[in-house]
Ligand binder design. Structure first.
Ligand SMILES: [Zn+2]
Length: 153
């Protein structure tokens, strides 16, 4: 009679209620999803507490699920526009400023750190450890750009 394996309840930490009526329709389609499980959850959209019947339910209602979907789609759009703008700005900078870090073949430690977004000390440590090849020019170290790109190969 019980289609759900005994282990499921304890494994996922779900509450098992014996008195709750089963939904025979869902049970037939997906015996592992339905059952007399009651999982206390918080709606990821409105924040209301609700009881879920499956482990994958995120929202308290269809309305919240639809609204959350809309918000997600909108955010994705905003993100895409943002990335496009950043890319365009980068291209403008590269075009008009040949001295931009991105356009230089040889970099100081500071410029190298700017290029990959780490601290100067990280670059210096990498040079000391021999992980990044640098040539000393007086008291300064110069790093060839391709050496940095090589780190990612
Ligand atoms: Zn909700």
């Amino acid at each position: 009679m019980d289609l759900l394996p005994k282990s499921v309840g304890s494994r996922f930490g779900e509450m098992m209620h014996h008195i709750a009526p089963r939904c025979t329709i869902t049970l037939h389609k997906a015996p592992f999803m339905s059952s007399n499980l009651y999982i206390p959850k918080t709606c990821k959209h409105c924040g209301n507490a609700f009881t879920a019947r499956t482990t994958v339910t995120k929202y308290c209602s269809d309305i919240c699920a639809k609204r959350a979907y809309k918000v997600r789609k909108r955010n994705e759009k905003v993100q895409a526009t943002l990335e496009e703008t950043i890319q365009q700005q980068k291209e403008i900078v590269n075009h008009y400023n040949p001295n931009a870090v991105n356009n230089k073949d040889f970099l100081s430690v500071t410029e190298a750190s700017q290029l990959i977004g780490v601290s100067r000390w990280t670059i210096q440590r990498m040079i000391q450890q021999g992980r990044l090849k640098a040539v000393p020019f007086g008291r300064k170290h110069i790093v060839a750009r391709w050496q940095i790109e090589n780190l990612f190969n």
